[in-house]
Design a protein around this ligand. Structure first.
Ligand SMILES: Nc1ncnc2c1ncn2[C@@H]1O[C@H](COP(=O)(O)OP(=O)(O)OP(=O)(O)O)[C@@H](O)[C@H]1O
Length: 458
């Protein structure tokens, strides 16, 4: 093979130039490799099934690579040769395998949603910086033990796979906080136990129409505004035909939304019933805004809070009210064996005209699990981590400065000893008692804290 001065095989130059064209890169002509200024390449929807030889040398500073909606059958080896590559997306290809050498330590964000992958190579254990891993909609039956080395993993999506057993290797990871597991064989029996939604009232007189004003559209469906019996309502029509989203199945989301609405929690969106076609009729949220923005490339698995985010307007008291309502809600959900899976500031809506009003939205990643199982104990601790991250994010942005009580709550959520006993119910009881003790102190009343601890222990 003949090489040009940059060690790139001359035979590959035409193919590499085509890559530049497909990615619509604005580079000086004539194109001369290596292209040191290229950090991002978007090659989605380009009909590709391979990358040219010398790709890693042509783009030596590449850090983000999109290859979604192409025809790759294998995640190629060259992915592992790009020394700065942190994010790779191969959503909706025809992948059946991952080249073991494609997995290297620089990866932070791996997207392989909607493919046919059945096995993850042991080399995933090299990915010690991996923070976010999207594997929903594949054929994965088990995960390699080497995943125990992915100790920085914070978010994983594994919905609609073939897991016959709970993925214990993941459940033990120290930083995992967001997880989607719906539609896997090991959870099917639990889902069947929750299949009956007959309790939901059918609102026969609410006629759906495509002309109604659209409030918004997500991966799982479309939400429109209607007038029902003199009241404004929101109606969500689920895309029940969709088999794969990056989070989970729309049908399971619908079921969980209903099961959750039956709980008496002020932070859950009220469900009034369903239409004849099965769309959910909900309270209309007016003037509600998400408290955080979804993660950016840099923040990867963490939300972003812009300067005009509502969080900066909260008083300590309002933050306490919001956090208490959310904690009570999570305790109630886990009591029913429901894991939200996406407990993030960008899914927590606060009313801009009454900052005490909060709603937990987006059950897209949620799933039912077996309450009382060891898997369930781990799942609850994982979601406790997400809750602690959120409380800390709020507390460090309050206009009156950090609240010591909220700081203590974060520490209580993170208490690892004895780990199996840390759950939302216990944290909620502790939180109520701690708040009471604090109020009593303010009024100069003494509360015997040993009584509090004893109650908690029981
Ligand atoms: N009860 C409601 N009242 C008012 N607007 C709503 C209501 N429910 C949903 N919406 C609007 O519809 C949008 C889409 O909501 P939906 O729950 O379908 O998707 P999402 O959770 O935002 O996104 P995704 O499904 O991609 O995760 C919301 O962002 C919001 O603007």
């Amino acid at each position: 093979m003949t090489f040009c001065s940059s060690d790139i095989p001359i035979d590959s130059l035409q193919e590499l130039k085509r890559v530049v064209e497909l990615a619509k890169l604005d580079v000086p002509l004539p194109i001369s490799f290596p292209l040191d200024d290229v950090h991002t390449l978007n090659l989605s929807n380009c009909g590709l099934s391979t990358l040219p030889i010398g790709f890693e040398k042509a783009f030596p500073q590449l850090s983000i690579l999109f290859l979604s909606n192409n025809q790759f059958q294998q995640v190629p080896e060259v992915i592992g040769k790009c020394p700065h590559l942190q994010m790779v997306a191969f959503k909706s290809n025809q992948l059946t395998t991952i080249h073991p050498e494609a997995l290297q330590s620089q990866l932070r964000w791996l997207i392989l949603t909607d493919n046919q992958i059945s096995t993850i190579p042991e080399t995933i254990g090299r990915c010690t910086r991996l923070q976010k891993c999207m594997l929903s909609g594949n054929q994965i039956q088990t995960l390699p033990d080497a995943m125990a080395h992915c100790t920085n993993l914070e978010l994983i999506r594994l919905a609609s796979n073939q897991l016959k057993e709970p993925p214990m290797v993941l459940l033990r990871l120290p930083k995992l906080a967001w997880m989607a597991l719906s539609d896997n064989p090991f959870l099917h029996s639990v889902l069947e136990a929750h299949a009956d939604l007959k309790g939901l009232r059918t609102l026969e007189d609410l006629e759906e129409s495509n002309d109604a004003a659209i409030l918004g559209q997500g991966a799982s469906g479309i939400t429109r505004q209607y007038e029902y019996q003199g009241q404004k309502v929101a109606v969500k029509t689920y895309n029940t035909d969709i088999r794969v989203t990056s989070d989970g199945l729309p049908e399971e989301e619908r079921r969980i939304h209903c099961a959750a609405a039956a709980l008496d929690c002020s932070a859950l969106i009220r469900v009034l019933g369903q239409t004849v076609r099965g769309s959910l009729v909900m309270e209309l949220l007016q003037d509600f805004r998400a408290i955080g923005d979804p993660p950016s490339f840099d923040s990867c698995s963490r939300d972003v809070y812009s300067n005009d985010s509502l969080v900066h307007a909260l008083t300590t008291e309002q933050a306490m009210t919001i956090v208490s309502a959310l904690l009570q809600t999570l305790a109630a959900l886990h009591e029913q064996g429901i894991c939200h899976g996406d407990f993030y500031g960008h899914n927590i809506l606060v009313c801009a005209t009454d900052l005490n009003q909060v709603r937990l939205s987006d059950f897209g990643a949620a799933f039912f699990y077996e309450k009382g199982s060891s898997c369930g104990t781990f799942l609850e601790r994982i979601e406790l981590r997400a809750f602690a991250i959120f409380v800390k994010e709020v507390n460090t942005r309050l206009k009156e400065g950090e609240s010591p009580l909220l700081r203590a709550l974060v520490a209580r959520c993170r208490k690892e000893e004895p780990s199996s006993e840390n759950n939302f119910d216990r944290v909620y009881i502790w939180w109520k008692q701690t708040q009471l003790t604090d109020i009593a102190k303010e009024f100069g009343l003494g509360i015997d804290e040993t009584v509090v601890e004893e109650k908690e222990a029981n």
